[in-house]
Design a protein around this ligand. Structure first.
Ligand code: F6R
Length: 634
């Protein structure tokens, strides 16, 4: 789970690499580094230079200001540590024992222990604790071998060596490799970890994500699994895993131009919270045009004939996406009457339920690159494909914010939540987009399977259309209130979030937001569970945030909240203003809406509450410690 970037150009590449890495920094920020090859006309050879710095990219940029680095070919890396501590020694690029080959890698080499042992037996000494370092050493040995066989010192030899070494590696990875003796080529490859190629004018790029190509080119090509590419100043050659030349037309970048402008906001997270009314409106315009009930094929990627065959749904997701899926499961079961189960993708892979017929498997992932979710979806596809019964139908759907992601490429049916790029590591607007997508699906199933009276379906659709305006008002109101009370919670160590029914996942999401950006321990519970154990934690130092929305569980949540108050908890309500709300010490009031749509609103004060506590504590809201925006390791 790191970002890699590479470029071959006639310009100086260090600033291009730093700029590319800046746009990939959301993928990890434990350390950063780059390597360039400087070509000498006199010797007609290149020289390899590296710079590395612990911590965020700014440290590397500052280092390069003091110790500049030249070259027209280079690779860079921004790291989220997996193997080895986040220090300079473990920062990429890693070099081989001759100091001529540099490699950056995103992923995990699963058999690196065995490969490292065999290299040590050959007398090779390791300078880092990473799994990556075996790669340059293996390439160097393979190059020696090829040169002994009479191959030339050139890019073709580097390509052959990389191809050979890839066949030894197990795991998930994308890599970029340079060799000082081939100062006019960059070799890149991927297996399951993302990598895209960019086509500029006389310059070519590779990057973990298209966002890093914005401003450099409009044309990109995602590398397929097990493909290897050779980048020169003249173009890109593409090879499959058997070394056969591949030809594919590149695509045009769309939408990503909106990337990363903080405007006047102090943090991306706050800007993204404020973008929610707009992204909700865009979602409604796209997926719920006035005639969408009579002709849902307008936007939804599931055919009517397929819908009719689906008897149950299983959803695979992680983190915040899983919370959106839980809201979705509630809607699909309780509103549309389709049995639905949500799984932690990381658990599903190792303990899946028995295969059942006529099942829709939905993978939800903002980034579309979460390794756990992708692995679970792939495993499920293999299980399903092995069943040859013609009456056994199996369907997959991806819900993502990134149409250029592995998830979108691998699944036949994809629903784009269309929230625009999210830079803050803590998901906010994409959570809303994911929930909205489930509202759309629930309406679709309910209307096609006729499991709800038409009037109720129309009521829900109409309520959804009011949400963007309600969000606008709520954000203004609660931004101010959260800011005002944030200082009361800076010393708080534990917070309990209570919700029930459709708002239980919002309690989980509120707790997750607080943990990840404010570093305050928080736990979300179904309110009825409080008395079965967690109530023992409560005293005047443990605030309880209770989501109480009129509906099937309203009175129950209010009495569960009273139980907490009776134990001296400071009680914060997310509830409509009214006689009942008098029990709360603080109230984040929400409009009186139908319980069905309430999660779209109740989450807003919780996002702002976490944001303002973190901002008040002076924490790095957009890049919280130990996290990364896209978790590409299992
Ligand atoms: C929390 C957060 C994470 C992600 C999780 C899955 O704010 O962003 O919990 O939701 O890592 O990521 P995606 O949705 O990209 O699969």
């Amino acid at each position: 789970m790191c970002g890699i970037f590479g470029v071959i150009s006639s310009r100086e590449v260090a600033p291009l690499i730093l700029d590319g890495l800046k746009k990939l920094e959301y993928r990890g920020y434990d350390s950063a580094g780059l390597a360039t090859i400087q070509y000498s006309k006199n010797t007609q050879l290149g020289e390899l230079f590296t710079r590395k710095a612990k911590g965020k990219l700014i440290n590397l940029s500052n280092l390069i200001k003091k110790q500049s680095i030249q070259g027209h070919l280079g690779i860079g890396h921004t790291r989220w540590a997996t193997h080895g501590k986040p220090n300079e020694k473990n920062a990429h690029p890693h070099l081989d024992f001759t100091g001529q080959i540099a490699v950056v890698q995103n992923g995990i080499i699963e058999n690196y222990n065995d490969l490292a042992k065999s290299l040590e037996l050959k007398g090779i000494k390791f300078t880092s604790e990473t799994d990556t370092e075996i790669i340059p050493h293996l390439i160097a040995l393979e190059i020696e071998n090829l040169l002994d066989k009479g191959l030339m010192t050139n890019g073709a030899t580097l390509l052959s060596a990389v191809q050979k070494v890839l066949s030894l590696l197990e795991g998930i990875y994308s890599i970029a490799v340079v060799w000082s003796k081939a100062p006019d080529v960059l070799v890149v490859a991927r297996r399951q970890a993302p990598l895209v190629l960019g086509f500029g004018e006389g310059e070519f790029f590779c990057a973990s994500d298209t966002s890093a190509l914005v401003g450099l080119t409009h044309t990109f090509l995602p590398l397929k699994d097990n493909e290897v590419a050779l980048l020169t100043r003249l173009g890109i050659e593409l090879y499959d895993e058997n070394g056969n030349r591949q030809h594919r037309a590149p695509s045009l970048l769309k939408g990503t131009e909106l990337f990363a402008d903080k405007r006047n906001f102090r943090h991306f997270m706050l800007k993204e919270i404020y973008e929610q009314p707009e992204t909700a409106q865009l979602w409604i315009d796209r997926y719920m045009p006035s005639d969408f009930l009579s002709d849902h094929s307008i936007a939804f990627p599931i055919k009517k004939s397929t819908l009719e065959k689906i008897d149950q749904i299983q959803i695979l997701a992680c983190g915040t996406s899983r919370h959106a899926a839980m809201v979705g499961a509630y809607l699909l079961e309780q509103f549309a009457g389709v049995p639905t189960t949500v799984y932690f993708a990381s658990e599903f892979r190792y303990s899946p339920p028995p295969v059942s017929p006529n099942t829709l498997t939905i993978g939800v992932s903002q980034s579309g690159e979460t390794a756990d979710t992708l692995a679970a979806l792939r495993m499920e596809k293999v299980r399903r494909d092995s069943i040859k019964d013609p009456n056994f139908s199996f369907h997959q759907l991806g819900i993502t914010n990134r149409l250029d992601s592995s998830l979108a490429r691998e699944l036949d049916n994809v629903m784009d939540i269309g929230s625009g790029i999210e830079i803050g590591v803590a998901a906010t607007k994409t959570f809303l987009g994911q929930m909205l997508s489930f509202y759309g699906l629930a309406i679709l199933f309910a209307s096609n399977k006729q499991t709800r009276p038409t009037q109720e379906i129309l009521d829900l659709s109409n309520d959804l259309r009011l949400v963007p305006k309600q969000l606008l008002d709520l954000i203004k109101q609660h931004d101010a209130l959260s800011k005002e009370i944030a200082h009361l919670f800076t010393e708080t160590k534990d917070v309990i979030f209570l919700g029930r029914g459709i708002n239980y996942p919002i309690a989980l999401e509120g707790a997750l937001k607080l943990k990840e950006i404010s570093y305050i321990h928080a736990q979300g519970y179904p309110a009825g569970e409080l008395k079965h154990g967690p109530i023992a934690l409560i005293d005047q130092h443990v605030p309880v945030i209770s989501i109480a929305v009129p509906g099937v569980v309203y009175e129950k949540v209010l009495s569960n909240s009273q139980e907490a108050k009776a134990r001296d908890a400071r009680l914060i309500g997310v509830a409509p203003d009214g006689p009942e709300s008098a029990m709360f010490d603080e109230l984040f009031s929400i409009p009186k809406v139908s319980e069905w749509v309430s999660p779209l609103l109740t989450v807003i004060p919780l996002q702002l509450f976490s944001y303002h506590i973190a901002a008040h504590k002076g924490l790095d809201v957009d890049q919280p410690r130990n996290l990364a925006k896209s978790v590409t390791v299992e």
